[in-house]
Design a protein around this ligand. Structure first.
Ligand SMILES: C[S@@+](CC[C@H](N)C(=O)[O-])C[C@H]1O[C@@H](n2cnc3c(N)ncnc32)[C@H](O)[C@@H]1O
Length: 265
């Protein structure tokens, strides 16, 4: 197997962060886009945009000539709860400012977006809408025909076992039927490859879909560490910002307390 230096290790600092359990998968999200080099990427469920903008950033920084579509009502669902329009406005602003030429926001139901895509046209789909068994199953079966042979489908939240989440159950059923790989950190991420397509040559794809048990364990350990490393970097940056604000506050207070300098008459 070829040696592999993940691009997330070399040059990735997330440009965009919002509250999301997707933070545990950012380095992998960045690397899988760099490996697949999608001409067409579709995300089902974007909300604040944490995963979507990680994909867009990877497209830009790895010089990938492709388009990224985000499909969401931006109204929320039974698991996220309803939310107001400010979330969509923030996502739209960031997309326009940073990824105008490659990103498209489709504010509609997943089922209404289906007709906008031809069969076997999508290289990478991310399924992250409502997480009941029925919803994930419907999203997968509706969108699978749209994926190119050899294309990749990501499933978020396959380890989450709260409320009526059922992505885990669907994943348990579907994963053994395909070439697939399971990340267990955070709320889990499933990676599935549609049958067909060209022979795998990229080292990350080979490790994911053709690697042995040892390689798979190493890959899981690497991305669990990578996401912890990013979390730590964010924590240090937050502490530094806090220290700087505190220092500035002290300087402002000292200035207010100092006797004012009078001009000599
Ligand atoms: C878990 S959030 C997405 C999280 C996001 N990927 C991230 O990085 O944090 C799920 C989103 O899917 C959207 N959604 C759920 N079902 C949908 C449907 N059938 N059509 C359109 N949007 C849907 C919700 O509005 C919500 O914003």
């Amino acid at each position: 197997m070829q040696p592999y230096l993940p691009p997330s290790l070399r040059n990735f600092t997330p440009q965009y962060m919002a509250f999301s359990t997707w933070v545990d998968h950012l380095p992998f999200g960045y690397d899988i886009v760099a490996a697949v080099r999608p001409q067409l990427l579709v995300e089902l469920g974007t909300q604040h945009g944490t995963s979507f903008f990680c994909f867009c950033q990877s497209m830009a920084e790895n010089n990938i000539d492709g388009l990224c579509y985000a499909v969401d009502t931006w109204a929320g669902d039974e698991h996220t709860g309803e939310y107001d329009n400010t979330i969509f406005e923030t996502v739209q602003q960031h997309a326009r400012k940073n990824h105008a030429s490659i990103s498209y926001l489709m504010r509609m139901l997943f089922n209404d977006a289906l007709n906008h895509f031809s069969d076997e046209s999508i290289d990478l789909v991310h399924i992250d809408g409502l997480h009941t068994y029925e919803a994930v199953s419907e999203d997968f079966h509706n969108w699978y025909p749209k994926v190119k042979p050899g294309g990749v489908i990501l499933f978020h939240d396959i380890q989450a076992r709260m409320m009526d989440f059922g992505a885990w159950k669907f994943w348990e059923e579907i994963a053994p039927q395909y070439n697939s790989f399971t990340f267990k950190q955070g709320f889990g991420l499933g990676v599935l490859r549609k049958a067909g397509g060209a022979e795998l040559t990229h080292p990350l794809l080979k490790m994911l879909f053709e690697g042995d048990a040892g390689t798979h364990e190493a890959l899981r350990a690497f991305y669990a560490h990578a996401s912890k490393f990013h979390e730590l970097k964010r924590k240090v940056a937050r502490q530094e910002r806090h220290q700087q604000q505190k220092k500035q506050q002290q300087l402002d207070n000292a200035e207010k307390l100092a006797p004012s300098h009078q001009q000599p008459q």
